[in-house]
Design a protein around this ligand. Structure first.
Ligand code: PXP
Length: 235
């Protein structure tokens, strides 16, 4: 299992004072040097954390896989086609939300998304669709020409340690199995931390986990290098 570290919240902290610290590029470099397999950033419409120059610098100056999370808008498509990141993860986005709240409803926007991802795929970008662990969504993803899905682990993460954990975990496991049987590569992420991540190896064939908030939070106490290394050990 690979680890993509989401560094959005380094930018959140930087933006709190409107200055240049902590340096987002340096954070990305530390993650990669600590053994992370890639850097994930969500360039939001309102640029509340990561900004255009952050992703441009990481893409151009750091030798690593960049996974650009983005909404399926014309603006983001143009940015991705110019930047040509290693991967794009298409996510739903609402201005008011604190963080991405649910998976993309690809079933209801199938034709739009099929057209939307085509130029990205034609330009060699690994497109993934961030979806809930739902049979209909996984089946639809397989019809859109993408090779990757990212399963939303938020419901499992929230249920971890409660009576609902098993239900949510089984949902993820079944969705991953279905995806793989349909030829999709399976990524997963959202809400994973140093406790709940331990069950991810029970799901066969997860390709990559994208984890942000818990790693950056841990880094406040033990440093980013150690926080990344500790997560790598667990996964
Ligand atoms: N994957 C996707 C698609 C996301 O939107 C996010 C949050 O930006 C993450 C992974 C990382 O989530 P967290 O910060 O909760 O680890």
């Amino acid at each position: 299992m690979l680890l993509g570290v989401n560094i959005d919240h380094v930018a959140t902290l930087r933006n709190a004072r409107g200055g240049i610290e902590p340096d987002v590029f340096n954070a990305a470099k530390i993650c990669i040097n600590a053994g992370a397999n890639g850097i994930t950033t969500h360039l939001r419409e309102d640029r509340r954390h990561i900004k255009d120059n952050d992703v441009i610098k990481i893409k151009n100056e750091l030798d690593c896989k960049l996974n650009l999370e983005m909404a399926a808008t014309d603006e983001m498509q143009a940015i991705a086609l110019k930047l040509l990141p290693h991967a794009c993860c298409i996510v739903p986005e609402r201005r008011q939300e604190l963080t991405t709240e649910g998976g993309l409803n690809i079933f209801s926007q199938k034709e739009y998304l099929k057209e939307y991802v085509k130029p990205l795929l034609d330009n060699g970008i690994n497109v993934s669709l961030f979806i809930d662990a739902d049979k209909k969504q996984v089946e639809t993803a397989a019809e859109l020409g993408v090779k990757f899905i990212e399963l939303h682990t938020g419901p499992y993460s929230n249920a971890f340690g409660s009576s609902n954990e098993e239900v949510e975990f089984t949902r993820l496991k079944n969705a991953a199995e279905l995806g793989r049987s349909l030829g999709l590569n399976i990524n997963a992420g959202h809400g994973l931390n140093y406790d709940n991540v331990k069950r991810m190896h029970e799901i066969d064939g997860i390709y990559e986990l994208n984890i942000g908030h818990s790693i950056i939070s841990k880094a406040v106490f033990i440093g980013l290098d150690n926080a990344v290394k500790e997560m790598i050990k667990l996964i």
